[in-house]
Design a protein around this ligand. Structure first.
Ligand SMILES: NC(=O)c1ccc[n+]([C@@H]2O[C@H](COP(=O)([O-])OP(=O)(O)OC[C@H]3O[C@@H](n4cnc5c(N)ncnc54)[C@H](OP(=O)(O)O)[C@@H]3O)[C@@H](O)[C@H]2O)c1
Length: 250
């Protein structure tokens, strides 16, 4: 059994080893939550949990047994932030790489399903639960070369939004956060570790930071219990849509 002070509300954050998840763990810890940091990279989440006085749980959201063990090890869950996910590749549909598609669907869609399903009984039992799912503007826009990611994010959003109706009458709020461009490890992962190609994505414009998104998640988590922020879109000023951004001349 994971040990923590049961008097503090508990927030479980998936994908807490970098980017938006790490920043969210910092924000929620600062707001008084005991943070449970979940990801595959053990060294990173252990260091973060030590720094924040939280708990690190190594789990791959594509592994049902690990997710069930995660749920079994927690005796209280007040907030779940479904954040683990990302993109792989930018191939057009005609050249789609099925392994990349499987990765995106397994992580973003089925990962969110596994973790949410496993933690829902505890979120309901808390008497004031909150599920935040980090989708993307890719959950309601499409773009050339993006079908693997946009289809997964559309599906993740559909799953999340369905819960809003299915849980009516239960003490659980549901908030979808849909960011535009955020400079994290997202593009490095998408381009298979190519840092130069990843950096080029943000050249000449000012993207969001992970802390910008975490700040909004902190706001969501501190509204009164009867207030449900359903859907929040956050874009950099320099980005009007998935395909339109302003780039400053050199
Ligand atoms: N950056 C953007 O522009 C942007 C825009 C809109 C939405 N988003 C969404 O925001 C979320 C966070 O992304 P980010 O930008 O912060 O990217 P990131 O820095 O690459 O972080 C992704 C996180 O997900 C975790 N993760 C990936 N696969 C996992 C798995 N199978 N099991 C457990 N954890 C896993 C990673 O941890 P490990 O590798 O240690 O497991 C990492 O902590 C994603 O859902 C992404 O789709 C990002």
């Amino acid at each position: 059994m994971t040990s923590y002070e049961p008097a503090r509300p508990v927030a479980v954050i998936t994908g807490a080893s970098s980017g938006i998840g790490e920043a969210t763990a910092r924000t929620l810890a600062g707001l008084g939550f005991h943070v449970v940091c979940v990801a595959r990279r053990e060294d990173r989440i252990k260091a973060l949990a030590v720094e924040l006085g939280g708990t690190a749980i190594v789990a791959d959201v594509t592994d049902g047994a690990r997710v069930d063990a995660l749920a079994a090890g927690l005796d209280r869950v007040d907030v779940l932030v479904n954040n683990a996910g990302g993109a792989k590749g930018v191939q057009p549909v005609a050249d789609a790489d099925l392994d990349d598609w499987r990765w995106m669907w397994e992580t973003n869609v089925l990962g969110t399903l596994r973790v949410t399903r496993a933690l829902l009984p505890k979120l309901i039992a808390s008497g004031d639960g909150l599920v935040v799912t980090v989708t993307s503007i890719a959950a309601f826009e499409i773009y050339d070369g993006g079908a693997g990611y946009t289809s997964a994010k559309h599906a993740q959003a559909a799953l999340h939004q369905t819960l809003r109706g299915e849980l009516l009458g239960k003490p659980v709020r549901l908030t979808e956060i849909a960011p535009g461009m955020v400079e994290t490890e997202f593009s490095v992962v998408r381009f298979g570790g190519d840092q130069v190609r990843a950096d080029a994505v943000y050249e000449g414009m000012t993207p969001l930071t992970a802390a910008d998104v975490a700040d909004v998640i902190g706001f969501v988590a501190t509204r009164p219990s009867h207030v449900n922020l359903d859907h929040i879109v956050i874009r950099p000023r320099d980005q009007a849509s998935a395909t339109r951004k302003f780039t400053r001349p050199e």
